[in-house]
Design a protein around this ligand. Sequence first.
Ligand code: AMP
Ligand code: FES
Ligand code: ZN
Ligand code: ZN
Length: 309
Amino acid sequence: MKCRKCGRPAVFNMRQHKLALCQVHYPEWFVAQTARAIEKYHMFTPDDRVLVAVSGGKDSLALWDVLLQLGYRADGLYIDLGIDDGVGYSAASRAKVEQFAAARANAHFTIVDIKAEYGETLPEAARRTRRGRGKPCSVCGLIKRHAMNRITRDGGYDVLATGHNLDDEAAVLFGNVLHWQTGYIARQAPVLPASGEGLARKVKPFCRFYERETAAYALITGIDYIYDECPYAVGATSIRHKGILNQMEEEAPGTKMQFYLGLLRARKEGLFRELAEEVELHPCANCGQLTSAPGLCTFCRLWREAPAP
Ligand code: AMP
Ligand code: FES
Ligand code: ZN
Ligand code: ZN
């Protein structure tokens, strides 16, 4: 197969775009597509200060790399959850973020170390509380959301960017459609407006890229990232949904993309306008972040909860 741009051997083929590119033109295409998505969805401008949530995985490190290349003012945020489980998952992913930043003069980042700041790692907090019984993933989501909002506000950033790709978004949509969670469907978008003081504006510049495309970019450009999934993700519903979508994609290339872009088109046509609920928010009495819960937010409550019986 030959590169469509220059005719040299292609290193990567995208069946859904009917496009094959070489190792020079693929990264070029990838960076240009990201720039287009940022502009198309009005995510941010070169004047904005962007906080990129980096997990040490391929998507978020590739995102940070591309934003720096495009000249955006992009700093990183790594949240150290203290996940060990014998494999040192958090320490290993933190090392990837540190290595990435050390190799680039303009890559500055903040680390939020959950154990150091709140006295417990994610697995410890999850074991102690009812919410975390079974799987710590819901406590994890709560902690990450809170840290992302906090650092965006305290660091004076205009916007928070995450590395969610099209496979992530399609799997979330699939799960929400299966259960007809119309409120969630109505809110799933490449840009989430700041919903109030302390709740960051959130953007997903990679939401149109397949996971294999972000992986190919990281591989071709030599970004070293953590290959392993979080040890708690094994058996997660979202991974099962990704498997089902991949089977359909195999038989009909473009299925995932059509599924997700269909959602964006429907939103543009106003299909979900009536479904988007307005929730009333108050500042948390402890941290000040807006919350729908009266008194303390769920995050602040987490650290005060007595051990579950
Ligand atoms: P995940 O929920 O693991 O699929 O990750 C989705 C996105 O959340 C990633 O692309 C990152 O932007 C962000 N993220 C996940 N884990 C972390 C972390 N430990 N620290 C900072 N950002 C993270
Ligand atoms: Fe949060 Fe796995 S990354 S539970
Ligand atoms: Zn080429
Ligand atoms: Zn709070």
